[in-house]
Design a protein around this ligand. Structure first.
Ligand code: NAD
Length: 407
């Protein structure tokens, strides 16, 4: 099933509540710009995209992914979620996303740099600090953002650090950006537990995915008193019901490139890891991990979506019926883009904010979007947290479109 079909289906779920007209639905499901290019690097070619879903609230904002499964359908979907995420967080951004269909694990550092520069050579007229602002996503990182910024500035002949976020600190990056998504995810999970009267000390967690988002949240939850009982990466999972020593697993991952080689745990398949009993399952890998095929097997009590779109719309219905509460991606993983916003404001104004100041912005914005979402979720009968978050985010986008006289 196309990923974007999930979005259409999720939009239908809140359509009556929002009294959406056909033209409003059409506007929300249409992308503003879809740019596609074929990057030629060392005589090999790779498909690449930069897509803006909606920019009524401000310039497009969203990461660039390097992955062999990247497709136009995926980038369109990710750009839609960025529109909603930025709207829910109250940021002055629309939604955008980019991607290159490439297996970055097979690239040398020199080849990664050549791909990053080729991407900017193809899309430099489509991005800009007031137009569309990329950032890292799956298998891209600050180093790659640094090469991209450098290529952009070479082509345009001027400095414009605000064109890209998640850069190295020396090029105008932000001290908080590295683990901001995970920090935000933990803040949201702490708030959620507070509302259901549960303590971190009594909460077990399984984390799927051990990259930037998954590894950092596993470490933060472990250090914050939660018991992390399972983790996984693309090679498989490990489990210990008494709790895993996450700091040691990070060492194993660094030395052997996988968590599965960690000795003091039982090895499990990726499929089985998702189906284990736990208080919280954190999904921090890729989209479409819980579908109608495995939703009935899920035994977690609550799910935190740190990845974008890890649960299909049909699976969502099954989980809701089973009473499993899903904290949706557009809320749970918005910490990264909130800190990206701080980086962008610093770059545009020349101000340098203190770490405390930015941490306060992160906390305030997350508290505001969590409270709004949770209040609507508990007030409306048969409403999921996703429905509540979608309603708040879509309303703000539609109001901006009305203010522009587009509706
Ligand atoms: P990453 O490339 O750093 O890590 C991805 C991890 O997922 C890797 O450890 C990989 O081995 C693992 N993985 C892949 N397939 C798997 C599978 N089937 N089972 C278990 N593990 C698997 O990427 P990331 O930046 O951590 O992003 C992860 C997710 O979080 C993506 O959906 C991304 O869009 C989302 N996200 C990331 C950020 C950010 O700031 N990094 C912000 C918002 C959302």
């Amino acid at each position: 099933m196309s990923i974007f079909n999930n979005i259409t289906r999720n939009l239908e779920k809140v359509s009556d509540y929002l009294n959406l007209t056909d033209s409003e639905k059409e506007l929300l499901l249409k992308h503003k710009t879809i740019h596609k290019a074929r990057l030629i690097v060392n005589k090999k070619s790779y498909d690449a995209w930069r897509i803006i879903h909606n920019d009524s609230l401000g310039p497009g904002k969203g990461g660039i992914r390097f992955h062999p499964n990247v497709s136009e359908d995926e980038v369109r979907s990710l750009s839609f979620w960025m529109s909603l995420k930025n709207s829910l967080a109250g940021l002055p951004y629309g939604g955008a996303k980019g991607g290159v269909k490439i297996n970055s694990k097979e690239l040398s550092e020199k080849e990664s740099e050549a791909v990053a520069r080729a991407y900017i050579q193809s899309f430099h007229t489509d991005i800009g600090e007031n137009k569309d602002i990329p950032a890292p996503d799956v298998y891209t990182n600050p180093k790659i953002m640094g090469w991209m910024l450098d290529e952009f500035e070479k082509i345009t002949g001027r400095h414009e650090p605000g064109v890209i976020t998640g850069k190295p600190i020396e090029l105008g990056g932000c001290v908080l950006r590295g683990d901001a998504t995970s920090k935000g995810g933990k803040i949201i999970l702490d708030l959620f537990l507070e509302n259901i009267n549960k303590r971190a000390e009594d909460t077990s967690v399984i984390v799927q995915g051990f990259g930037n988002a998954g590894m950092n949240i596993a470490k933060m939850l472990h250090n914050g008193g939660y018991t992390v009982i399972g983790v996984s990466d693309s090679k498989g999972g490990i489990f210990n019901e008494n709790g895993l020593d996450i700091n040691k697993i990070i060492q194993t991952k660094k030395e052997l490139s996988t968590v599965t080689q960690y000795a003091d745990a039982k090895q499990v398949t990726n499929k089985d890891l998702l189906e284990l009993k736990t208080d919280v399952l954190v999904l921090a890998a890729l989209e479409n991990q819980i579908t109608k095929e495995n939703a009935n097997e899920i035994k977690a009590k609550n799910i935190l979506e740190l990845a974008n779109g890890p649960i299909t719309s049909e699976a969502d219905d099954i989980l809701n019926e089973k009473g499993i509460i899903v904290i949706p991606d557009i809320l749970a993983n918005s910490g990264g883009v909130i800190v990206s916003y701080c980086e962008w404001v610093q770059n545009k104004t020349g101000h340098i904010f203190s770490k405390d100041y930015m941490e306060n912005i992160l906390k305030e914005k997350l508290l505001h979007s969590f409270n709004g979402t949770y209040e609507l979720y508990t007030k409306e009968k048969d409403f999921s947290m996703r429905n509540a978050a979608y309603v708040i985010a879509l309303k703000r986008i539609l109001n901006a479109e009305r203010a522009r006289d587009n509706l």
